[in-house]
Design a protein around this ligand. Sequence first.
Ligand SMILES: [Zn+2]
Length: 142
Amino acid sequence: MNRHADFPVPTKNALNAPYWDALGRGQLAYQHCEACGHAWLPARSECPHCLSPEHGWEMATGRGKLISWVVYHRAFNPAFQDRVPYNVAVVQLDEGPRMISNIVGLDPEHPVADQLSIDQPLQLVIRREHDVAIPCFAKVAA
Ligand SMILES: [Zn+2]
């Protein structure tokens, strides 16, 4: 099987292009409502809080905290079959948006549950896979 061809690369479009372009430059961008100030990810055409279509893009500091996580023991997509077990985490950026990501830099010799805890401070780590910049997070000291 050609894993490269099967790697699920994101679909870039006019709406989310600022997000993927920023990651390519080493930055994490999020949307910000000009009407109510709400901030969110992933990209959408109107504010999920007040439905205003007036929004802009802001650059995140890359700092956040762990909200929740699970460990996949069975690959969701065959392209990730050789990565199991792997974690999928909900991360909340300091600026407010929550995003689905992976926690990297954990010790593979120890259970994930022993290494992560809710509210764990995290820092953005951008990894390149198949020419796509992927936002991951690593633990940092509180
Ligand atoms: Zn709004």
